[in-house]
Design a protein around this ligand. Structure first.
Ligand SMILES: C[S@@+](CC[C@H](N)C(=O)[O-])C[C@H]1O[C@@H](n2cnc3c(N)ncnc32)[C@H](O)[C@@H]1O
Length: 390
């Protein structure tokens, strides 16, 4: 049978694994199969979890440190729908939605996305309709005005932010501002005038507030338009609770974003330093530390590699949560040289995690867990704890 287009992208990873399960669930979204957002809506959720475990087993086959941990592992599930904190809707070719699966040049018009909660969907419907009066942006020939409408939510507080990404300044965005600003906690205009297809950029104006707040176990985070925050709040909070159980002493948090892990674990450790590239995220981490009355956390704006090169400090625990591309191999080498007692590695990409940990020397794995941060998609989050063995 010919593979539907939406599966081809994951050919080497999930194709064989998914075959027995396809058709075990009825997709909830009419765009399933065309839209690039979901891959597994036609697979029952418990079977998606089983498939993710099998994927991990195949990825780590032969790795004696990890396989025994995976065999006894249950990939922890989360809410299969309505979990996503962020959607980047592209505005192009008279459409407002997401890219077609495997087709960068095509956009699927999306009126409602089952991965977002009801409030975000209500706001999207209004924004989408108001934006029809606004010229969109052709990202193939680089002409036009409105590039993206980004909707971000805080899964626990329910606060919602909308960011309009424009190719230049201009009043034409007024219909969207008039219709949406009263409905949201935060609204910002962002300029991105480059050729790269980005949904972030220079903040032109915070039309309303310029941040939303999320709360995990009494810690309140400030999320600004360009800063990263985990896509699934309930799942992220579960992982942070586990990290807090494992972290101790003098702690370094590499790739710290808006400080979400650092601030969460601060009361469990002696001191914590967060290192993050994006200054806007570091500023909001410092701000959140002050507002939460946390005085043992320090945030530094730096490249992780440059920081490790210059600061071979002594740490009891090193936490790292790099982007999907993983940590630079030299960062892994320096972590081994720096020799913290414990390394806690949170990863959203098992494949780069595997490459990274092959570079760690002098450590043994003491626990490995997997969390389904991204139901209906091939992605997941893993958490590994290593202890120094030599
Ligand atoms: C997966 S996010 C983790 C953020 C944070 N730990 C959290 O849980 O919200 C990865 C972060 O690494 C940052 N980053 C990417 N490359 C970096 C680098 N070379 N040095 C430092 N930070 C970097 C990104 O800006 C992003 O905030």
């Amino acid at each position: 049978m010919r593979q539907p287009r939406h599966r081809k992208k994951f050919k080497n990873v999930y194709d064989d694994l998914s075959k027995p399960y396809i058709g075990s669930a009825e997709p909830e979204c009419p765009h399933f199969g065309h839209c690039g957002g979901c891959a597994f809506q036609d697979i029952r959720y418990d079977l998606q979890l089983e498939m993710k475990k099998k994927y991990l087993l195949s990825l780590f086959a032969g790795n004696e440190r990890i396989v025994p941990c995976i065999e006894s592992l249950e990939v922890k599930g989360s809410s299969p729908y309505e979990y996503r904190n962020r959607m980047d809707f592209v505005c192009a070719f008279g459409k407002r939605g997401l890219r077609e699966r495997g087709r960068y040049r095509e956009v699927v018009d999306i009126a409602d996305c089952r991965l977002m909660n009801g409030r975000m969907n209500m706001i999207w419907k209004q924004a989408r309709s108001a934006s029809e009066q606004v010229e969109d942006y052709n990202y193939l020939d680089h002409t036009g005005f409105l590039r993206y409408i980004v909707i971000r939510g805080a899964g626990i507080t329910g606060e919602t932010m909308v960011n309009c990404v424009l190719s230049r300044e201009g009043n034409e965005i007024e219909p969207v501002l008039r219709s949406i600003t009263p409905l949201v906690e935060s609204m910002s205009l962002i300029i991105h005038d480059g050729l790269a297809d980005l949904s972030g950029g220079r903040i032109l104006e915070d039309v309303k507030r310029g941040y939303i707040e999320e709360t995990f176990d009494g810690i309140t985070y400030r999320i600004t338009p360009n800063s990263f925050f985990q896509s699934n709040s309930l799942c992220a909070r579960d992982i942070y609770r586990r990290i807090a159980q494992e972290a101790r002493g003098r702690t370094l948090d590499l790739f710290s974003g808006v400080g979400s892990i650092s601030l969460f674990v601060a009361k469990h450790v002696d001191s914590i330093i967060g290192v993050e590239l994006i200054e806007e995220a570091v500023a909001s981490a410092r701000d959140s530390a002050a507002r939460n009355g946390i005085d043992n956390a320090t945030f530094i704006s730096a490249d992780a590699l440059a920081y490790m090169r210059e600061n071979h400090g002594i740490y009891d625990t090193l936490i790292l949560d790099p982007p999907r591309t993983g940590a630079h191999p030299k960062v892994m080498k320096m972590i081994s040289e720096c020799a913290p007692e414990r390394i806690i590695y949170m990863s959203c990409n098992p494949s780069t995690f595997r490459e990274n940990i092959a570079l760690l020397t002098g450590y043994r794995l003491i626990s490995f867990e997997a969390f389904d941060m991204f139901p209906q998609t091939p992605h997941m989050e893993t958490l590994a704890v290593f202890e120094r063995s030599s």
